[in-house]
Design a protein around this ligand. Structure first.
Ligand code: EPZ
Length: 428
């Protein structure tokens, strides 16, 4: 078996400047939304990652014409006529279920198998189903497939039990082409929800209030084409900020949106990291020296601390002075990365959704596995911090969501390389 791994020799200070790519989770929602238009759309600033290629393949499988080149996707949704997403594509990523909302809006029906995505908890979809039903659709879930159908979608009040990102997005998609007015109460407020609203409005939709917990949508009968550039990736920005701090480096991150990073910036400042926002430009400079201080972290929906940065920051905390308490309130199985860094010398206990991380003087390199996308990013942070050589297996998880991560880090002075070899994954 041919396997790929990332090999890092840790202990090098990251220095210099790097650029943030377009937002993965934003792009996934916007690409699905483009399937609802009756004219071609051009989506720009897309990251060069596996998840984007899978979304292209789903559009192609449904009949759309799609070209993807140089971070630009040209989608002609006019020939799109199929409404069943093939199972082998749907199972590759969570965002495949955005086609339920998009196809329901455009055709009054859609079918997707239970979506894939990172194994970080049970991830139910009851809020998505509730939203579709509130809009007048019938939803059947049988044999691992979810089928939605409506003769006429009608605007409604949709109350979400929690501000689910995915359910908010699916509700926005379907409601945009429903007859009448919809209000999504207790909606997600994440930057990608705001970006999706801007994209829907650029296609002729009427979405107001995105970024607050009440999103109001006046349904329209058709959407036209547009050209749209997605916002920078909030989680990639945060991962680079944490990597800079972890290496005691001095890194300028360009093309970022500092306002999206406030929860992380506050924690890094508390730890003793210097974080300066560029004046008049979208950049963030991160500098750190000496041993960092412990902090407590509690993940929350935006604008709280993002669960997607919990894994990288808990690795950073593994060598901070004192005991940090990290509480994961969003996903119940998002501490698997800690078992990997235990092998590098980290000391911690996990009690349910709380990890008590006792900072050690240093981590030491060894073979580790990426257990999911952000756990993979966390392993890269661990490798940069550790003394000696760290080999990271299951690199395909990292490739799903980070554009050329090792090249960006190499450009900042990291000793990191991608190796392909015959062999098998380490079993330990
Ligand atoms: C999105 O997942 C992101 N994925 C995740 O990023 C991210 O971690 C998460 O939002 C939280 O920010 C994409 O955008 C593709 P949720 P999503 O619905 O939409 C519960 C990454 O690494 N819930 O906001 O699946 C759920 O179990 C990925 O890029 C229900 O109970 O997250 C969780 O506890 C990983 N019923 C909470 O809500 C539902 O119907 C929040 O989940 C829906 C969600």
């Amino acid at each position: 078996m041919r396997i790929e791994k990332l090999r890092i020799f840790g202990g090098n200070r990251l220095e210099g400047a790097t650029n943030v790519s377009g937002g993965k989770n934003t792009a996934l929602a916007i690409i699905a939304a483009a399937a609802m238009a009756l004219e071609p759309c051009q989506i720009e600033n897309l990251p060069d990652i596996e998840d984007i290629r899978v979304m292209r393949d789903i559009l192609l499988s449904l009949g759309a014409k799609v070209e993807l080149e140089g971070g630009v996707m040209r989608i002609d949704p006019r020939p799109l006529e199929l409404t069943q997403v093939p199972e082998q594509l749907a199972s590759k990523l969570r965002a495949s279920y955005y086609f339920l909302g998009a196809l329901l809006g455009r055709f009054g029906q859609g079918e997707v198998s239970y979506p894939g995505g990172c194994d970080i908890g049970s991830r139910p979809i009851d809020q998505h189903i509730k939203a579709f039903e509130a809009l007048g659709a019938t939803v059947e879930t049988e044999y691992g497939r979810i089928r939605v159908q409506a003769d006429q979608l009608r605007g409604a009040t949709i109350y979400l039990d929690m501000p689910s990102v995915g359910a908010t997005i699916n509700a926005m998609l379907a409601a945009t082409l429903a007859a009448g007015n919809t209000e999504i109460v207790n909606a997600g407020k994440e930057p990608h929800i705001v970006d999706l609203a801007n994209f829907l409005n650029a296609m002729g939709g009427h979405v107001k209030g995105a970024g607050t917990d009440s999103i109001r949508i006046r349904g329209v009968s058709r959407l036209h084409g547009c050209t749209y550039a997605v916002i920078p990736d909030q989680i990639e920005t945060g991962t680079l900020m944490i990597a800079a701090a972890a290496s005691h480096g001095d890194v300028l991150i360009r093309g970022a949106m500092p306002t999206h990073m406030e929860a992380l910036t506050a924690k890094l400042l508390e730890m003793g990291v210097r974080v300066d926002e560029g004046v008049g430009e979208d950049s963030i400079r991160v500098r750190s020296e000496g041993r960092l201080r412990r902090v407590n972290v509690k993940t929350q929906p935006y604008p709280g601390f993002p669960t997607d940065l919990q894994q990288p920051i808990s690795v950073l905390l593994s060598t901070a002075q004192g005991t940090s308490i990290v509480q994961e309130t969003i996903f119940e199985m998002r501490f698997k990365h800690l078992d990997e860094i235990r092998r590098m010398g980290a000391l911690f206990e996990v009690n349910g959704r709380v990890a008590y991380i006792h900072g050690v003087e240093k981590l030491t390199g060894c073979p580790v596995r990426a257990t999911d996308l952000r756990a993979g990013a966390a392993m890269v942070v661990a490798g940069l911090m550790a003394e000696g050589q760290t080999d990271i297996y299951n690199v395909h998880y990292i490739d799903r969501g980070y554009e050329h991560l090792e090249l960006k880090l190499k450009g900042l002075g990291a000793k990191i390389e991608r190796l392909t070899e015959e062999g098998s994954l380490p079993s330990y």
